[in-house]
Design a protein around this ligand. Structure first.
Ligand code: FES
Length: 154
């Protein structure tokens, strides 16, 4: 085998061997698909406020204490929101952007929100309880007026 042919074959073999590793690395950094709520279901969305009605079916989980939903990315937060009904009078709102590498995390389940990309977990205060994330999720202000929920950044 000539030197040029040998190098060509060696390169093909190297690409074939590294492809599964490359693919799994790329997949681990993609957002995990989920059942998040689309933007058509909100009353209003802009860069500073997001508003929705609890009586619309996508938000039914938030009518029950302990319920949680995740929204798709939008103009308010490009990764979407993570919402949790803490009590009759309190709904918590966080950015879904994982503080490790920015992937959208899933809704709360059993008091914990997980990022399936590298395994970080966050508690109901938005604090990481499992790494690699080491900083708190961005949290937003929530105002509840009857069944209308307004989320703002300040
Ligand atoms: S992006 Fe790495 S743990 Fe979330």
């Amino acid at each position: 085998m000539k030197r040029r042919d040998f190098i060509g074959e060696a390169c093909k073999f190297a690409v074939l061997c590294s492809s599964p590793l490359l693919l799994s690395t790329l997949q681990s950094c993609e957002d995990v698909s989920d059942e998040s709520i689309g933007n058509d279901d909100f009353i209003d969305i802009n860069e500073s406020i997001i508003e929705f009605n609890l009586n619309q079916s996508p938000f039914n989980n938030l009518k029950t204490v302990g319920g949680s939903i995740a929204t798709q990315g939008n103009s308010f937060d490009s990764k979407g929101l993570l919402l949790f009904r803490q009590s009759e009078s309190t709904i918590l709102a966080f950015s879904r952007r994982c503080t490790h590498a920015g992937v959208a995390i899933n809704a709360f389940s059993n008091g914990s929100a997980k990022c399936l990309s590298h395994g970080s977990e966050f508690n109901l205060s938005g604090v990481p309880t499992k790494g690699p994330a080491s900083s708190k999720l961005d949290q937003y202000i929530v105002i509840i007026k009857d069944d209308i929920i307004k989320v703002s950044k300040s």
